[in-house]
Every structure is written in structure tokens, then in C-alpha cells.
Design a binder for this molecule. Structure first.
Ligand SMILES: O=P(O)(O)OC[C@H]1O[C@H](OP(=O)(O)OP(=O)(O)O)[C@H](O)[C@@H]1O
Ligand code: HPA
Ligand SMILES: [Mg+2]
Length: 183
């Protein structure tokens, strides 16, 4: 799929679910909480690309204590609103994480498959501790029994786009979270 004109682009944006202002407020509050929780500890934020890139950039700037950042990439959704069921890790971390308290930064937990795979992988590298912060949690679609430690918004079973989240690689640049309109 390629979207090259604005009417095609807008046609798939059904309605705003979470506004830019609501996101900003929630991220600022989460930054404060993490800054207190990890004070005087070696903190490493690990973002799961691509979806978490905008949340990661905002959250890192909302955290006022010293910390490092790292990136992994995982993919299981292609041109579909359904998970393919196969999570592929396409980019590995560059750091040795054994001397860090690691916080995984995710954009969304949906079926939970991506997070499960990433958590198992990172736990095997024996960090000092391992927690998860997710911008969005969609518990109705969970297929794997896991929860995040910090969750900014719980959403119903809608396929959502914006603020890093895509459909077919588009819509990551929307400044809010919107419901995707299939056709
Ligand atoms: O809980 P799950 O059902 O596993 O879904 C959550 C994952 O799916 C999306 O990634 P995607 O595969 O779309 O890759 P992307 O981040 O590059 O868009 C999203 O960014 C999460 O990482
Ligand atoms: O609702 C969603 N939107 C975009 N990407 C996703 N990956 C899992 N769930 C979603
Ligand atoms: Mg995606």
C-alpha cells in the first residue's frame, strides 16, 4: 500500500481517541514517577522500534534523572490490523545490560506477543531489574498473560494509529491517537 494523497490519508482516520494534550500530561506524570523510582540507580530505557519512537523521545525528555537509552526492533504486524503471530526481532541492543535497571518502552501491548518475546530475550541478559512502561494497553485482545508495570492509557479493542503507531507504515506522524477506519 502506498498513500500519496491527502484524501486517501484522511479517509482512514475515524476519530481521535486520545488527544495530544492528554498524551503530554500523562507522559509528564510518568516521567516524574520514573525519576523518583530510579533515583540514584543506573537506568536504561529500551525502546521497541518502530512504534515506540515518539513515546520514547518524549518520555526520555520527561525523565529528569540521568539515564541511557537503547533500541531494539520487533515486528509482527504488516499491512493488517491483526498480528501475524510471528514476532521477529529485527534489531538487537548494542549495550551489555547486566549493570542496568532496564525499563522497556513500548507504544502498545495488544496480544502481548511482542512484549513476551522481548522480555524473555532481555531477562536472559540478566539486567539488575526489568520493568515495562507502555503508552497504550489493549487488554481485551491479550493472548499472552502479562501486564505492564506502568501503563498510560487503557483502550478498547480498536485498531489505533498515530503517535508512532502505524497502519501499513503510515500514520506514525499523527500527533494524537486515533481509531483506524478500515474502509
Ligand atoms: O502485543 P502485540 O500484539 O504483539 O502488538 C504490539 C506490538 O505491535 C506493534 O509493532 P509492529 O509489529 O506493528 O511493528 P512496528 O512497531 O514496526 O510498527 C507495536 O508497535 C508493538 O510493538
Ligand atoms: O492497535 C494497533 N495499532 C497499531 N499497531 C498495533 N500493533 C498492535 N496493536 C496495534
Ligand atoms: Mg506496526
Amino acid at each position: 500500500m502506498q498513500i500519496t494523497n491527502m484524501s486517501e490519508f484522511h479517509k482512514h482516520i475515524k476519530r481521535v481517541i486520545i488527544s495530544e494534550e492528554e498524551l503530554k500530561t500523562a507522559i509528564a506524570r510518568t516521567g516524574e514517577i520514573l525519576s523518583m523510582e530510579y533515583k540514584d540507580k543506573p537506568l536504561l530505557l529500551v525502546s521497541i522500534l518502530k512504534g515506540a519512537f515518539i513515546f520514547m523521545a518524549d518520555l526520555s525528555r520527561a525523565i529528569t534523572i540521568p539515564h541511557e537509552i537503547g533500541f531494539m526492533a520487533a515486528k509482527s504486524y504488516f499491512e493488517s490490523t491483526e498480528s501475524s503471530g510471528e514476532v521477529e526481532i529485527t534489531l538487537d541492543l548494542a549495550q551489555d545490560i547486566s549493570k542496568y535497571h532496564v525499563v522497556i518502552v513500548e507504544d502498545i501491548i495488544d496480544t502481548g506477543r511482542t512484549l513476551k518475546k522481548v522480555m524473555e530475550y532481555l531477562a536472559g541478559k540478566k539486567p539488575l531489574s526489568l520493568k515495562v512502561v507502555t503508552m497504550l494497553d489493549k487488554p481485551d485482545r491479550r493472548l499472552v498473560d502479562l501486564q505492564s508495570d506502568y501503563s498510560l492509557f487503557t483502550i478498547p479493542d480498536y485498531f489505533v494509529i498515530g503517535y508512532g503507531l502505524d497502519y501499513g507504515e503510515y500514520y506514525r506522524n499523527l500527533p494524537c491517537i486515533a481509531e483506524f477506519e478500515e474502509e
